[in-house]
Design a protein around this ligand. Structure first.
Ligand code: ADP
Length: 423
């Protein structure tokens, strides 16, 4: 039996899932991050090696391929031997604000890289604000690239999911000329399709972990795309709504949509596009008013077939980008009825309207028409909400086949994901 290992580096920990050729899970391992250690690269390396050590020898001996996903825009600089020359910069680190002017000077208007947390903003920060470190570096890598290097030993290789926020042109599969002409472009990784076999693991890694010497390491992806792949969404029109603290929607489309004013951008998935948008509304607002137990119990008293007349725009503070782009949009949570059931009904109904408006917005801009929605996140476990949402979306809403990003990444290693043409 051939097995495939997917490794997920998320925000709170790392996880490994091993699947067989039919996609059935054969083994799992977890490693939570302990935040006290500031040597991030060392934490990542320890987590990776610990996960592999946790796998039973009889499972390890059958692993044919490995892929790794990291958090999008978690990046590092390393020397010619692959040793980090500075602490990696994490996905949510906004120090790029110090080089915002330079960023706007070099990137085209409305480009995805213009965010102060983009990979390019972080590279610019090293270049402009940490000259000694910058001068000591040979490669700029994403978290997933560097972790894969630890296994296969080749430096300077990435994938076009991780490289999107560096400015890589995912349509033409090249670095655009405005980037290539920059003095730091020699640090850029070569970019391949996610799930492309790179090389066998090094003899050292094979010996140390008792892995087969012909085990292949593939290019990776980002954690949120891995979770999308895990859901089972495969065809144009299929989407995943994530009802976590915020509302995030991702729609598989034949067409690419980018609209920076709404924060909409597209990742490439093989011949398709993964079009996404994120709203500030979501579960965090529900948590302001209700505990999770109250959410569960009060929801049972709601008649999901009846539309609540309460028309809210639930936000924690003013401003939203998608599906309404208005930095001054006020939270709308009034009138508040005395009955908590009615109030919750109004909140769930209103977030469902915003979700439907989100999909409408993507379609207005040219994305493929919605046919099915998989739901992820804390709100997915609320059947009342699912029924309310189904009234607005008018398409089947189904549970994801899997929710773990590590599973989606194992599918990449197996080369059975929308990223691979084998589908
Ligand atoms: P994140 O990872 O974004 O923090 P999760 O996916 O863990 O979020 O989901 C947490 C959110 O789910 C909370 O904000 C909470 O309000 C919401 N939630 C939890 N239980 C329910 C429920 N039964 N119905 C609706 N929302 C819920």
């Amino acid at each position: 039996m051939d097995l495939y290992l997917g490794i997920d580096f998320g925000t709170s920990g790392a996880r490994a899932i091993i699947i067989d050729t039919a996609g059935a899970i054969q083994a799992e391992a977890q490693y939570p991050f302990i935040q006290s250690n500031t040597d991030l690269a060392a934490i990542w390396q320890t987590a990776l090696f610990n996960l592999i050590e946790q796998i039973f020898p009889e499972v390890k001996s059958k692993i044919k391929a490995i892929a790794i996903n990291g958090t999008s825009s978690s990046v590092l600089l390393c020397d010619a031997a692959g040793k980090p020359v500075d602490t990696p910069i994490l996905y949510n680190d906004a120090r790029g604000v110090a080089v915002r002017d330079k960023l706007t000077e070099i990137a085209p208007p409305n480009h995805t890289v213009l965010s102060v947390t983009s990979s390019l903003a972080k590279l610019l920060w090293w270049w402009k604000c940490r000259e000694v470190i910058y001068n000591a570096s040979t490669y700029f890598l994403h978290q997933a690239d560097w972790l894969a290097f630890l296994l296969h030993g080749k430096l300077g290789i990435s994938d076009y999911h991780n490289a999107l926020k560096l400015g890589y042109d995912v349509e033409n599969l090249c670095y655009p000329s405005w980037l290539e002409n920059q003095p730091f472009s020699h640090l850029f990784p070569q970019v391949l399709s996610p799930g492309t076999p790179i090389s066998e693991i090094t003899p050292d890694i094979a010996r140390r972990f008792n892995l087969p010497s012909d085990c292949i390491v593939c290019t990776g992806t980002t954690d949120s795309i891995a979770a999308f792949i895990a859901s089972g969404a495969n065809f144009p029109g299929e989407a995943v709504t994530s009802l976590g603290s915020t509302l995030v929607i991702k729609l598989l489309s034949n067409t690419r949509i980018d609209d920076a004013s709404y924060g909409i951008y597209s990742h490439r998935l093989g011949d398709l596009w993964l079009v996404g948008g994120a709203s500030n509304t979501g579960g965090a607002v529900l948590r302001e008013f209700f505990t999770d137990t109250e959410l569960e119990n009060l929801s049972k008293e709601i008649d999901a077939n009846k539309e609540s007349p309460l028309d809210y725009y639930p936000l924690l503070k003013e401003g939203d980008r998608f599906p309404i782009n208005d930095p001054n949009l006020p939270p709308k949570l009034k009138p508040r009825p005395n009955s908590p059931v009615e109030f919750l009904h109004g909140l769930l109904e209103s977030i469902a309207r915003i979700e439907a408006l989100g999909y409408q917005r993507l379609q207005q801009l040219g994305a493929t028409q919605l046919t099915r929605v998989y739901t992820a996140g804390g709100g997915a476990k609320n059947p009342t909400w699912t029924n309310i949402r189904a009234r607005h979306l008018q398409v089947p809403i189904t549970p994801p086949q899997h929710t773990a990003a590590a599973f989606g990444t194992a599918l990449l290693a197996l080369r059975k994901s929308p990223c691979n043409s084998t589908l």
